[in-house]
Ligand binder design. Structure first.
Ligand SMILES: *Cc1c(COP(=O)(O)O)cnc(C)c1O
Length: 402
């Protein structure tokens, strides 16, 4: 243990941090499972988990031990060498996803960059000179130049022109718009969508997951790659290991991150079928991608999700939370939607201020997205008692607000 103690942050103290986030004036020093603690010991119920990241909860003892042991043994060598933990992590991820090939990255955006490169390589090999990718309105794919260009949110793109302009945007869930785009653009090679739009407000397509099956059919018909961004929906979040497993289809390209490392920065882009083998030696890489430490974390996270039956738990407890919210808020003008532990409560008005009210008055950490959607992303291994604790705080919060 170090003997360095940080002074508490003073509100008017100048900071050297770039002001890219509007931060809440609170910091947590410790976490355990579904709870976070401030320096003075105040306990908060965490229904955000670092934005769908700490799916197994904070300071999970098995993950903490794996990190500590590996950190004290070997953190990083290089992808120039064999990395047995990386091979083992890929084996695990292939097992839970049904995908064939895996490339490890360090974040969600970087995983989507990999997917976009795979789509371009695929197109180039088909003789398409300027390959295009279909993306959806209200989507979120990241903050790098290619991924912010793919993102369906003007605020994310504002001021960063010129954008990568080979994306064709369609309304989420609109199959006819995809067919229309196919007629207009013979150079489309892939489609990239989220099974449930997270940042966009916990939106499933109007026709539900059958949209994914329809998209799969269109991709087969036109020989496009079907690419799913499961950076937020993956790793048990929706009550299946990946959200597309609510259907019978398999995508050609799959990206994930967030819950894959339970807080350790990792991501992955995966391929199967006709997307396999497109990226060969020299075509892609990452110094930190799949380090010994990162790979051991991935292996341990997936192994722990399996051993705790956390995916099944997310389905059962998530269903319970949604049912209870619908019953307890039946007299309010709200719509509750979501799958597993990815839940949105659509309020009839903008409600950004609920974040502070929840935190200060109910000791509850939530997030508001798309202006008027209370977003809940609790740990996927949450217990029934913790779910009841969450419901009590949440219902009190919304009753006092509407
Ligand atoms: C968070 C997220 C990203 C970006 O991931 P980063 O790790 O922040 O780069 C991309 N797509 C979706 C669906 C996300 O939720």
């Amino acid at each position: 243990m170090t003997d360095i103690t940080l002074a508490p942050i003073q509100p008017d103290q100048p900071s050297h941090l770039m002001a890219t986030y509007g931060r809440q004036a609170i910091s947590f020093v410790r976490g355990r499972g579904a709870y976070l603690y401030t320096e003075d010991g105040t306990e908060y119920l965490d229904a955000l988990t670092g934005i769908a990241v700490c799916g197994l909860g904070h300071a999970h003892p098995v993950i903490a031990e794996a990190i500590a042991e590996q950190a004290a043994t070997l953190v990083h060598t290089s992808n120039l060498f064999e990395i047995p933990w990386q091979t083992a992590a890929a084996q695990k991820l292939a097992e839970v996803s049904g995908m064939e090939e895996i490339f490890f990255s360090n974040s969600g955006a970087e995983s989507n960059e990999g997917a976009i490169k795979i789509a371009r390589k695929f197109g180039t090999q088909q003789g398409v000179r300027l390959p295009k990718i279909i993306v959806a309105e209200q989507s979120f794919h990241g903050r790098t130049l290619a991924t912010l260009s793919a993102t369906g949110n003007k605020k994310v793109q504002d001021g960063f022109a010129p954008l990568v302009n080979d994306f064709i945007r369609v309304p989420f869930g609109d199959v006819e718009a995809i067919q229309e785009a196919a007629l207009q653009h013979p150079d489309i090679v892939a489609i990239l969508i989220e099974p449930i739009q997270g940042e966009g407000g916990i939106n499933t397509a109007p026709q539900g997951f059958s949209y994914l099956e329809e998209v799969r059919n269109i991709c087969n018909q036109h020989n496009w790659l079907m690419m799913l961004d499961e950076i937020q929906t993956g790793n048990g979040r929706t009550g299946k290991y990946f959200a597309y497993q609510h259907t019978n289809i398999v995508p050609d390209v799959l990206t994930t991150a967030k819950g894959l490392g339970n807080g350790f920065p990792v991501g992955a882009v995966m391929t199967q079928g006709k997307a396999v083998g497109l990226l060969g030696p020299g075509s892609h890489g990452s110094t930190y991608g799949g380090t010994v430490l990162g790979s051991r974390v991935v292996y341990t996270v997936i192994d722990t999700i399996q051993k705790e039956n956390a995916v099944e738990n997310a389905a059962v407890i998530g269903r319970y939370i949604v049912d209870q919210l619908r019953a307890k808020l039946a007299d309010k003008n709200v719509q509750v939607r979501g799958f597993g532990m990815m839940i949105g409560i659509q309020l009839p008005k903008d409600c950004a201020e609920l974040v502070a009210i929840a935190r200060d008055q109910h000791k509850l950490i939530i997030n508001v997205t798309a202006g008027s959607v209370v977003r809940l992303l609790p740990p996927i291994n949450m217990t029934q008692a913790q779910a009841d604790d969450l419901l009590e705080r949440l219902v009190a919060l919304i009753n006092s607000y509407l």
